[in-house]
Design a protein. Structure first.
Length: 601
């Protein structure tokens, strides 16, 4: 058993709560822009004092509409300015935010609203409004459904401002004063890979304590001139949610991009100094850049540039790059790296990443081109990050050290256990699950990991996802899956082999890079993946990815056979969670015949 802890660098008063942030900002830095929102197609800054006024107007409306202290309010929307505004308004009314992914099905929405006992729900679109109307008969406690603005149609902001027009700021101040650090701030329903979602009870202290300590650790991100962040991950996910609290507290100008298809343009216009993303985003960026270079006949140049970036980053950890490597790096900085940084707006030097391991190769590649990715680790139950790589002490390949005020322990069986100010208080109305989640006061993550002498954590797999082959070999799928998925042609990969004679993999083809691959390899433009399942070139390309993945594991753990699937795993297909994790049990169920084919042919 190993353990590593880091003491708090900042304490949050027992009565401290998240509403303190907006009042402190408005008092100490009233004119500082803490947010930007799109108005008439242009980014418009929102000052601390203006944001507080908008939050209070909405909070008054909630209070006037009968939302009481501790009442739950559903919030179903893409990542946008109003999400942040309404989150703080719900807290300022003394209520509890219940985020819902905007892609959720009617059954999922019904379960979350019913289980939480939500008294109101705020939705983004007419489609969401219709969905809730269709299930409202199952929700006797749901008194209000408000919709956000759509075009010229006044929405929830106007409705709440009108409803609360007769109340003064003192009504909101009184609700805020009733909150303590132990008051529930939110119920976040874990998307889960199996079973019904459980509501994680996160308190004001969980968020406020974590953000206060993380701000100290991330000083390099916030001390630059005019720091800014563009959020595009779902705010319904705890990672995006915690960062928007951190940015508000650190007074970092934050914008929101609700449509991932518009991200490239928004990055160029907003010019953030840092961003938040999950590893799959970085994989897609790298794979797309590789595919584009190959399509333009510059594949060899890009590969040399990538290899140089990786070598340069590795050298930073080994005494520094030599003269020759510095010259090559400077040349490729002008030819390649600068263009990649320009795609992020030109000012971005850091990114925070979580949700899954990024992989050593990509970590070195991005640092080598001038974008240092700060990998972290955490779960919904730990209010996002419990470990994070400090900007001034990055160890690529790890998910960092415990954040101040937290501790990590590796149990005898390798499971990662967590403790700290950020650990949740339990599952909503589920004492049995809560009791099972803790061991001697430590939260049991279900993940497996290793802890270095310096306290850096490496995640090696999921406890429940460990495969045991027929020969008794234990295999952690994540390591090899990450390597295979790094290939530009591969979208998703799932390793199989539990109780089987050898390890195999189900592979899907990336729909974005597939057209370029067909063009480069002389395949018909209208050919689908299904048409090329037996194509020698496609099989060879996938085998190349598998061979690269096998380098990360022992021979007994390596993938011996693979099968290409004709669909892509997506959230819409039901095979990925909103945080891009594989629903392994569902994949095994839906593609059982493909797995059988691997082992019978």
């Amino acid at each position: 058993m190993r353990e590593f802890s880091v003491p708090a660098v900042a304490e949050v008063p027992a009565a401290g709560n998240l509403t303190d942030i907006i009042r402190t900002n408005a008092t100490e830095a009233p004119d500082t822009p803490v947010l930007s929102r799109k108005v008439g197609g242009r980014w418009t800054d929102v000052s601390s004092v203006q944001f507080k006024a908008e939050v209070y107007a909405a909070a008054k409306g909630l209070i006037a509409s009968g939302i009481g202290p501790g009442d739950r309010v559903g919030l179903m929307s893409r990542t946008r300015y109003e999400w942040c505004l309404l989150d703080f308004a719900i807290w300022s009314a003394g209520a509890v935010t219940v985020p819902i992914y905007e892609t959720s099905s009617a059954e999922q929405v019904s379960w979350i609203l019913a289980d939480s006992g939500a008294k109101a729900c705020i939705v983004e679109s007419a489609g969401h409004e219709a969905m809730v109307a269709g299930i409202r008969g199952n929700l006797p406690e749901l008194a209000h459904v408000w919709r956000m603005d759509e075009g010229d149609t006044p929405g929830v902001e106007a409705a709440l401002a009108e409803a609360g027009a007769g109340l003064g700021d003192d009504a909101v101040d009184a609700r805020c004063a009733e909150l303590t650090g132990e008051s529930t701030a939110t119920l976040i329903y874990t998307s889960g890979t199996t079973g019904r979602p459980k509501g994680c009870v996160l308190t004001h202290r969980n968020f406020y304590g974590a953000s206060t300590n993380l701000i100290e650790q991330l000083e390099d991100l916030f001390s630059v001139e005019n720091p800014s962040c563009l959020l595009f991950l779902p705010l319904a996910h705890v990672l995006g949610r915690e960062l928007h609290v951190i940015c508000m507290q650190a007074r970092v100008r934050t914008g929101h991009c609700p449509d991932i298809k518009q991200l490239t343009g928004e990055l160029a216009e907003f010019k953030p100094t840092f961003v938040l993303a999950v590893p799959r985003v970085f994989e897609k960026v790298y794979n797309s850049a590789t595919a584009k270079a190959e399509a333009d006949g510059k594949g060899k140049i890009f590969k040399k540039a990538a290899d140089t970036a990786i070598a340069y980053s590795e050298a930073l950890d080994a005494g520094g790059p030599g003269f020759g490597l510095r010259v090559k790096h400077a040349m490729f900085d002008k030819l390649v790296y600068g263009k990649l940084r320009a795609a992020l707006g030109g000012r971005c030097k850091y990114s925070v990443s979580g949700g899954a391991p990024l992989g050593t190769r990509l970590g070195h590649f991005y640092r080598g081109i001038g974008l240092t990715i700060l990998e972290g680790y955490g779960l919904t139950e730990s209010t996002a990050a419990t470990t994070l790589n400090p900007p001034n002490a990055v160890r690529i390949g790890s998910v960092g050290r415990p954040i101040p005020s937290s501790a990590v322990r590796i149990a005898d069986d390798g499971e990662i256990l967590l403790k700290g100010v950020n650990i949740f208080s339990g599952y909503w109305h589920n004492d049995v699950a809560t009791e099972e989640a803790f061991e001697d006061g430590w939260f049991r993550t279900g993940d497996l990991g290793e802890l270095s002498d310096e306290g850096y954590l490496s995640v090696t797999g999921r406890k429940k996802e460990i495969l045991v082959t027929a020969g008794g070999k234990n295999v952690a799928p994540a390591v090899i899956e990450d390597r295979i998925r790094a290939h530009s042609l591969i979208s998703e990969c799932m390793v199989v082999g539990d109780a089987r004679p050898f390890v195999a993999a189900l592979v899907t083809i990336d729909p974005e890079t597939f057209p370029r691959w067909k063009e480069l390899n002389g395949k018909p433009a209208d050919a689908e993946v299904a048409d090329l399942l037996d194509d020698a070139d496609l099989l060879a390309a996938v085998q190349e990815a598998v061979d690269e993945g096998n380098k990360a594991v022992s021979k007994a753990e390596g993938v011996k056979k693979f099968r290409i699937l004709t669909i892509n795993f997506t959230e819409e297909s039901g095979h990925l969670t909103p945080s891009m994790k594989l629903k392994r049990n569902l994949v095994l169920k839906d593609f059982a015949a493909d797995v059988e084919t691997i082992y019978t042919k």
